[in-house]
Design a binder for this molecule. Structure first.
Ligand code: UDP
Ligand code: MG
Length: 328
C-alpha cells in the first residue's frame, strides 16, 4: 500500500491563536509541497493539514479561506483548546489513512522547512521515522536554551527516552502511525512515545530560527509541566527514587537513634525538644513529597481509566471530511 518512490505527504501543523503568523508561513508550506512534488520526491496529492486547537482569534477563519483558495490546504478544528500534543495527535490520526507519510511541524516558522527534503529522502531510503534535531540554539535566549537543554537531560536521567534537541518536528510513515494509534494513553508526550513504537529511524539536523510573529505559548510553567508529564508518563523511576531515598533516610535515622541511646547511657542527654521537633518536621516533609509523587501517578491512572477521547473534531474544511465516530 505504501508508496516509497512517490509518497503522499501530509504536513501536520497545530495552530493556536496564530493569526499573525499563519498568513506568512502557510504559503511557505504550500511552496515546499509544490517544490518536492516538482522534484519528483512526493505525490502532487500531498496536503498541508492545519489543526486549529480551539483558537480564540481568526485562525480558523484564515484556515478556511486558505482551503477555499487552494485544495492543497486542508484543516480540522478541535472542539476546544486541548494543548499542542493533542492537536498534533489529532492531525496525525486523521491523516494516517489518507497518506504515506506525515511531517509534523509548528506553524510559527521557527523550524526550518528545508529540512523536509532530507526527511523525505531518508524515508525513500527506508526509514520510517525521521527526527528533526536542532543543530544549535543561538537564536533562543540564554534562559530558553538553558531550560530547554536541562529539560532533555532531566528527561533522560529520569528514564524517558527522548532524542536530544528534538521537539515535535518529525516525519512518521503511515505504518508507524497505524501502530502508534494502538497506544491508547491520554497522557500524551509524543516525542517520548514515538521511540517506543520502534521501526528504522534517523535524524536530520536543522537550525531553529526565531518566531516570525506572535508569541510563544510555552512559558516556563508549561515547559515544567511538559517535563513532569514526560517523566511520569513514561517512567516509574521517580517511584524507585522514593524507595531508595526512604532507605537512606531510614538508615540515617537509625544512626541517629544509636547515637541518642549511647549519649543517654553516658548520661549526657538534655531533654531535646528542638531536635525532636526538627526530626518530626523533616520526616513529615519527606513523606509529603513522596505522597505527592505517588499521587501524581495515581492521578495518571485515574485519567487513563476514564478512556476519554483524546481529541474531538468539531469542524473541518470541506475538502477534508472526517467521520464522526473517530477512533482516537
Ligand atoms: N499550540 C497549540 N496548542 C496550544 C499551544 C500551542 O496547538 O495550546 C501550537 C502553536 O500554534 C505552535 C506550536 O503549538 O504551532 C508550538 O507552540 P509555540 O510556538 O508557542 O511554542 P514554542 O515554540 O515557543 O515552544
Ligand atoms: Mg514556537
Amino acid at each position: 500500500m505504501e508508496n516509497r518512490t512517490l509518497p503522499i505527504l501530509y504536513i501536520v501543523i497545530p495552530c493556536y491563536n496564530e493569526q499573525e503568523v499563519l498568513p506568512i508561513t502557510a504559503p511557505q508550506f504550500l511552496k515546499k509541497i509544490t517544490d518536492l512534488a516538482a522534484a519528483g520526491k512526493i505525490s502532487p496529492d500531498s496536503r498541508v493539514l492545519f489543526v486549529n486547537d480551539g483558537s480564540k482569534d481568526r485562525t480558523w477563519q484564515i484556515i478556511c479561506d486558505l482551503a477555499d483558495a487552494d485544495p492543497h490546504y486542508a484543516g480540522i478544528s478541535q472542539s476546544r483548546n486541548r494543548g499542542h500534543q493533542n492537536a498534533v495527535l489529532a492531525g496525525l490520526m486523521e491523516a494516517k489513512d489518507r497518506c504515506d507519510i506525515t511531517i509534523s511541524i509548528d506553524c510559527d516558522g521557527q523550524d526550518d522547512i528545508n529540512a523536509m527534503d532530507g526527511m523525505v529522502d531518508a524515508y525513500r531510503d527506508g526509514c520510517d521515522v525521521v527526527y528533526g534535531v536542532r543543530s544549535k540554539r543561538e537564536t533562543d535566549t540564554f534562559f530558553k536554551r538553558f531550560t530547554a537543554e536541562s529539560f532533555y537531560k532531566l528527561l533522560n536521567a529520569m528514564g524517558a527516552e527522548v532524542v536530544f534537541n528534538h521537539a515535535d518536528y518529525r516525519l512518521m510513515s503511515a505504518r508507524v502511525l497505524r501502530q502508534f494509534a494502538r497506544f491508547k494513553e491520554v497522557n500524551l508526550f509524543l516525542r517520548g512515545m514515538v521511540p517506543l513504537v520502534g521501526f528504522k529511524s534517523t535524524c536530520v539536523t536543522y537550525e531553529r530560527h526565531e518566531r516570525i510573529a506572535g508569541e510563544s505559548h510555552y512559558p516556563l510553567s508549561k515547559m515544567l509541566s511538559l517535563a513532569f508529564d514526560g517523566i511520569t508518563s513514561l517512567s516509574i523511576k521517580p517511584i524507585r527514587f522514593i524507595t531508595g531515598f526512604g532507605v537512606v533516610v531510614a538508615f540515617i535515622s537509625f544512626l541517629g537513634v544509636l547515637w541518642a541511646v549511647i549519649e543517654a547511657f553516658l548520661g549526657m542527654t538534655i531533654s531535646g525538644w528542638a531536635s525532636t521537633t526538627s526530626i518530626i518536621c523533616f520526616v513529615s516533609g519527606v513523606q509529603l513529597i513522596c505522597l505527592g509523587i505517588i499521587g501524581e501517578y495515581i492521578g495518571k491512572i485515574y485519567m487513563e481509566t476514564k478512556h476519554r477521547p483524546r481529541y474531538i473534531i468539531s469542524e473541518t474544511t470541506p475538502n477534508f471530511p472526517c467521520s464522526e465516530e473517530e477512533d482516537a
